[in-house]
Write a protein that binds this ligand. Structure first.
Ligand code: FES
Length: 117
């Protein structure tokens, strides 16, 4: 196992209003990042699970974009309830939350984890 059980990257990239690609920041990623950090801390994951903000992860249309390593599972997490669900299921039970996956080719690759719907 690496330094962390999970290393989570949360895109907080921001673009101008004129940029038609949009950005995760415009879709509320700062709130998602803050809730991730607060909830991981409150649930006792400090030092075991690391959540870092990131620049553009090149999946802008699905933002806020979040990637879990080591499995490289890509999620689109739009609400605090979505974040809580991936913490409860993915972080704490090792289950991928299929309904929140970014569609392939960014979705979870071959993995040993269970997929829950
Ligand atoms: S702006 Fe977030 S993935 Fe590109």
């Amino acid at each position: 196992m690496g330094k962390y059980q999970y290393h989570i990257f949360i895109c907080t990239n921001e673009r101008s209003d004129e940029d038609e690609r949009g950005s995760c920041a415009k879709r509320g990623s700062a709130k998602i990042r803050d809730y991730f950090k607060k909830t991981l801390y409150e649930r006792g994951h400090k030092g075991k699970v690391r959540a870092n903000q990131a620049g553009c992860l090149d999946a802008c249309a699905f933002g806020p974009t979040v990637v879990f390593y080591p499995e490289e599972v890509w999620y689109t997490l739009k609400t605090e309830a979505d974040v809580l669900e991936v913490i409860e299921k993915h972080v704490e039970k090792g289950e991928i939350v299929e309904r929140l996956l970014i569609p392939k080719p960014w979705a979870a690759a071959e993995t040993d984890l269970n997929v829950v719907t």
